[in-house]
Design a protein around this ligand. Structure first.
Ligand code: NAD
Length: 289
């Protein structure tokens, strides 16, 4: 049990990440009161039914009133409009954070809307599942997972330190990172791999000589993992690629170059090249675990 870090927390967007934050916050007693708001009435109804948040509000303005911490947990493409909507209702001295998977774009979209005297500390928990919506969250989602805080120029050090304590209270390990570097790292570790999974599942589906049931029935771990990843929320991932365009295009360009080189090695029967490549990648894996 950790102590209370914030008097009132407001969660805007009540999907996988926000609902997990609520359960983790409640379990550790990290906030006196948690209010929530989601745009869709059906989501708000579901949230009320399952007891998500102490109070589910009918507007974002109502949810953020008097909040010490406001968490923007909506798809990256919706951050700007939500920031504009809540800005006039924020308490002076409040901290605004977000959990978006892309950081540079969120900072550019959100920061201009926030009034002076409100602290902005962008963040990104590196935790998730292929499920979405208010019923998909659980209290242990962030346990032992990294949460990256991305303070921008002028960010109040105390506000960042307090947010760190909050995430640690939810079980996460916290690091700080620059926004552009964050977006490049995530393009390598998450965004491009998701695109590859989407593509591989699409290719299997297009291949009429192999039926979908054969693909599922005979799939080894690799392909099963692809199908799990490719079941992730389409809105969230559309927004990730539209807003982390440069970094994902850079990594995708390098990826296709390497893939073409391996394709050529297979065609020309260059076993030495394949063996050397796989030996190098195996050494990388063995070096990190
Ligand atoms: P989700 O689809 O489960 O939930 C999103 C919620 O936002 C829904 O309740 C939806 O009704 C609400 N919403 C959408 N537009 C809104 C608006 N304009 N105003 C108010 N509410 C709105 O998504 P999630 O997985 O919880 O993702 C939320 C954020 O967290 C995204 O920015 C995503 O990039 C980031 N994130 C996701 C994961 C993951 O693996 N799912 C991991 C880390 C970070």
């Amino acid at each position: 049990m950790s102590g209370e870090v914030y008097g009132k927390v407001a969660l805007i967007g009540l999907g996988l990440i926000a609902s997990s934050m609520f359960w983790a916050t409640r379990r550790a007693g990290l906030a006196g009161h948690v209010s929530g708001y989601a745009r869709s009435e059906a989501t708000r109804e579901t949230a009320r039914r399952i007891g998500l948040c102490h109070e589910v509000c009918e507007s974002a303005a109502e949810a953020v009133a008097d909040a010490d911490l406001v968490v923007l947990a909506v798809p990256v493409g919706a951050m700007a409009s939500v920031a504009a909507e809540i800005a006039p209702h924020l308490k002076p001295g409040a901290t605004v954070t977000d959990v978006g998977s892309v950081k540079r774009r969120v900072i550019d979209d959100v920061a201009p809307h926030l009034p002076e005297g409100v602290h902005f500390v962008p963040g990104h928990p590196l935790a998730g599942t292929e499920h979405s919506g208010p019923e998909s969250g659980f209290a242990t989602l962030f346990e032992n997972r990294w949460c990256l805080l991305v303070p921008v120029e002028g960010t109040d050090a105390d506000a960042t330190a307090r947010l760190r304590v909050y995430w640690e209270g939810m079980g996460a390990k916290v690091d700080e990172m620059d926004a552009d570097h964050h977006d490049l790292v995530l393009a390598v570790t998450s965004h491009t791999p998701h695109l590859i999974a989407y593509t591989m599942v699409g290719v299997a589906d297009d291949l009429r000589r192999v039926t979908d049931s054969e693909v599922i029935k005979y799939s080894a771990a690799g392909f099963r993992d692809f199908t799990r990843i490719a079941a992730s929320d389409p809105t969230m991932w559309r927004d990730v690629f539209l807003t982390n365009k440069d970094a994902t295009l850079e990594i995708l360009g390098r990826f296709t170059e390497e893939l073409f080189a391996l394709q050529r090695a297979i065609r020309t029967g260059d076993g030495e090249q394949l063996f050397d490549y796989f030996t190098r990648t195996r050494a990388i894996r063995r070096g990190i675990i």
